[in-house]
Ligand binder design. Structure first.
Ligand code: ADP
Ligand code: ASP
Ligand code: MG
Length: 479
């Protein structure tokens, strides 16, 4: 009976108001009429930001703002509940449930105020509240549309390690939990409305999967239940050749491979959480990225491989990054050993390297990290290389925060002669400084570090040069 299971995920904007929740419920009901469906929901748009801000205010002892935020949280969901036009008794029941979840959050936030601290474990427990509230509203809305539904807290389904704030799933245990919690509901034709973003350790401590993690939740659930398909509903028509907020002429791609989607996400395309594709690879579950504001549009198909591939597919960028350079000052020092030790230090610090390049003669190398991880990265490096730095065997570690990353992605770029040259020319024609270049051995991505001030213009230039999108942008001044 579950042969044809469809897992769908609704993002923050698709859950952003009572009206949007009604649309999402309608889209779910439509599919549920023909096949088993499970859905994963994000918190209503901006609610996770609000929750995190509230906890920061609590830690800082900012009582007035803390209380104001709690009021906003409560009112947003009460208002949405009323606007769903539920029968009176159901509305009263949901309002009571909303109140009790908000009270739970309030207790944790006030506890942080008293302690003047924000322990990561308690943060994870607190911020899953956004998804718990939206799941309550969605399940009730579905019930009212005649689809029996149950709000499920994913902390009872997704098993994770104990990396609070950025947990990873334990798939075997998740599969067992999903069999126990979700399968009986699906077999009874009850539609599970599962909270995105959260999970719990094997001993039951609440965790979250990182910002934007509801996409990841959906792929974990799809894999755990051997779903036939995963549909990710968002607020754009699919995966596009570039971020539509930066590139007005960006166009929607019909299809991309798992590897391309992962590279795009990893290099800053917010449309998917970077870890979304990993759980699906083994069973090759196809994914669709679709627009809940325009559901009749086909969206983008994300599949293990494509029959024909051609040139670059998309361009993406990241602004909040920094370039760290390490350079030996003494020829007696082995550059390879310095690099090995630096990479080891970064691995122990759990820092993600976005790009890395080295020069063979001077044995210097530089790498790109997120600005949010910069302090921790330099702290670990300075500790590990303290001796060499103190004795001037190494030049002081250089950090350049005024940079941005551009990544050009496409399976079809493999062995395309002249493409890199054209991309670099397009950037330099705009008088934008290229600081570093990296290309993975898979030739799937060309990563270029440019000055931060020129980032937007460079992305637009590369998008146009690669012939992506529907509107060609005016080219820059010729050299
Ligand atoms: P959701 O709340 O549904 O998870 P997100 O805001 O996380 O949605 O992601 C969707 C947004 O991603 C879009 O509104 C768009 O601005 C942005 N985006 C960035 N790069 C791309 C891209 N290459 N294709 C599509 N959208 C992109
Ligand atoms: N609500 C979470 C966030 O805003 C997870 C998600 O929406 O994907 O990060
Ligand atoms: Mg998202």
């Amino acid at each position: 009976m579950l042969n044809n299971l469809l897992v769908m995920k609704f993002g923050g904007t698709s859950m952003g108001s009572a009206e949007r929740i009604q649309v999402a419920a309608h889209l779910s009901a439509e599919q549920h009429a023909n096949r088993p469906v499970a859905i994963i929901v994000s918190a209503m748009s901006k609610v996770t930001d609000l929750l995190l801000d509230t906890l920061r205010k609590a830690e800082a002892g900012d009582e007035a703002d803390l209380e104001a935020n709690l009021k906003t949280l409560s009112e947003r969901h009460i208002e949405a509940c009323h606007a769903l036009s539920l029968p009176e008794d159901r509305c009263a029941r949901v309002l009571k449930q909303i109140d009790s979840v908000v009270q739970e959050f309030t207790r944790i936030a006030r506890g942080m105020r008293l302690l003047g601290e924000r322990p990561p474990r308690s943060v994870d427990e607190a911020i899953a509240v956004g998804e718990r509230l939206s799941a309550l509203l969605m399940a009730e809305c579905l019930d009212c549309q005649g689809v029996p539904a149950a709000a499920i807290n994913a902390c009872n389904v997704i098993a994770t390690d104990a990396v609070f704030g950025n947990a990873s799933p334990l798939m075997e245990q998740t599969r067992q939990r999903a069999e126990k919690v979700l399968r009986p509901l699906l077999e009874e034709r009850v539609l599970p409305v599962i909270t995105g973003f959260n999970g719990s350790t094997l001993d039951g401590r609440p965790t979250t999967l990182g910002r934007g993690g509801s996409d990841f939740s959906a792929s974990i659930i799809a894999a755990a239940l051997d779903a036939a398909e995963l549909w990710i509903w968002t607020d754009v028509d699919g995966i596009m050749t570039g971020d539509p907020r930066l590139i007005p002429g960006a166009s929607v791609l019909d299809a991309v491979t798992y590897a391309e989607a992962a590279e795009l996400a990893y290099n800053g395309a917010k449309v998917l959480h970077p870890r979304t594709l990993a759980p699906l690879a083994e069973r090759e579950i196809p994914v669709w990225s679709k627009n809940s504001f325009a559901p009749s549009k086909p969206g983008t198909r994300i599949v293990p491989r494509l029959e024909t591939v051609r040139g670059p597919h998309a361009v993406t960028s990241m602004a909040d990054v920094a370039l760290v350079s390490i350079e030996p000052a003494n020829a007696a020092l082995s550059g390879v050993k310095v690099m090995a030790r630096s990479l080891d230090a970064l691995a122990r610090a759990n820092i993600e390297l976005l790009a890395i390049t080295s020069s063979s003669y001077r044995q210097s190398f530089c790498f790109l990290v997120r600005q949010s991880e910069l302090e921790r990265a330099t702290e670990f490096l300075e500790e590990d290389l303290a001796l060499e730095l103190a004795h001037d065997y190494l030049k002081p570690i250089q950090v350049d925060p005024n940079v941005g990353l551009i990544a050009v992605v496409g399976e079809g770029m493999r062995g395309t002669p002249g493409l890199a040259g054209r991309i670099f020319t397009a950037i330099s024609r705009r008088q934008i400084n290229i600081i570093a270049i990296a290309q993975g051995s898979s030739e799937l991505t060309i990563a270029i570090v440019v000055s931060r001030a020129g980032l937007e213009e460079a992305v637009q230039a590369v998008h146009a040069e690669c012939g992506l999108g529907s509107v060609a942008l005016a080219s820059g001044p010729a050299n």
